[in-house]
Unconditional design. Sequence first.
Length: 484
Amino acid sequence: MTSHGTRTDEEAEDLDVEEALALVKENRGPAGPPHGDHDHATTPAHATHHGDHSHHEAHGAHGAHGPQGPQDAPHKQADSHHRATPWPEARATAERAARTAVRAARRAPLAEPLGAALGLTLASPLTALTDLPSFDTSAMDGWAVAGPGPWTVRDEGVLAGHAEPAPLTDGEAVRIATGARVPLDTTAVLRTEHGRTDGRNRLQATREVVHGQDIRPRGQECRSGDQLLPVGTLVTPAVLGLAAAAGYDSVTAVPRPRVDVLVLGDELLTEGRPHDGLIRDALGPMLPPWLRALGAEVRAVRRIGDDAEALHRAVTASDADLVITTGGTAAGPVDHVHPVLSRVGAELLVDGVKVRPGHPMLLARLKDDQHLVGLPGNPLAAVSGLLTLAEPLLRTLAARPAPEPYTLPLRDAVHGHPYDTRLVPVVLRGDGAVPLHYNGPAMLRGIAAADALAVVPPGGARPGQEAELLDLPWATGGIGVCFT
């Protein structure tokens, strides 16, 4: 599970999944956003961008346009640190933005075939369409018997999926398979291992027979019309199985948020080894499956390069719920994200976050129902941006239930930033979390081996100190492992 930062009541109201679903289901929204939804902690898009955007995290292994400084270098300007949004507040802002978008989008729920519904959220209760089971069935292979034994065994047997068998009379038995319809007037099912037959086709029980044993009576699990699962339930493989058993071919669900990914940088290669100042694009292959694991429908991955006009065309042409850019969030000569946002009249909700790696990330509202998340160019910094801004936004748009935050003690000390939160890859070992090396903003070696990211407060953490953990989708063993 991916936990989220702690919020105060003033920072954000709690997300009510049923409320969000109701807004989608009713296909309408309130006259305006709730109080506080537009209380942004950062400057509008046309404001002068602060000096922190020139920090080294915007450069390096992906989207490199300048030299790299020390990993935890202090901020260059005091006012730039003041303008950056604290990490928990940034995540809360993303949730609020998504709630506003849900109200504005007016997207109706959809009937999704069971084969395509994994990872969606139910927008209508799952109600039983029939009794389960819909007839009395045998819970075991053995014999259906009537009255006290011994019993005379019929020649023919009863198999699952066949027509209703003839009723039994006292002293009679019939071979029966698991799941088969129990003949009328059956007293019990005698398991194969609890009976034996003699040469005269007579059945004897080797242990006491209890009336009704190993029979699943009609309606044992539910009656037609019973609510099986409420609105807001995440569709897991088990939910798909229950829906199918209950007679459903499709479920009514909240649509997946639609995402377009724009990969920026002239220096990026799509194949082969790095050479002559060119580097491999790590984010193009990594982001789409990660976004799908977060519940999104990734519609397009486009490589834009360092072309302001091409970026402007791509942003204005997209009708996705979320546009994600990689790199270009600094203030260098080829960092075009801020100028393009200003040009299209976007509203910056988050412009820099007090987190390492990933400080130059941003969140902008392009339209009432459309947002852009600008990820830093360095790979681990981009992961930080993905989990800080994109994850809570996508989770809220998809009406997925928010997981409960949890903590584990850190096995080793973790160096902290003086002012900012740090996100550090860890592996889970027993009842603790072990910090991994190779956790610089340009590195993926640590996160590739990690189970989670530890949220390290400013100043660092000592051995044994409890740290909040952000699980990685593939490490949870849950719905997030479904990347397609």
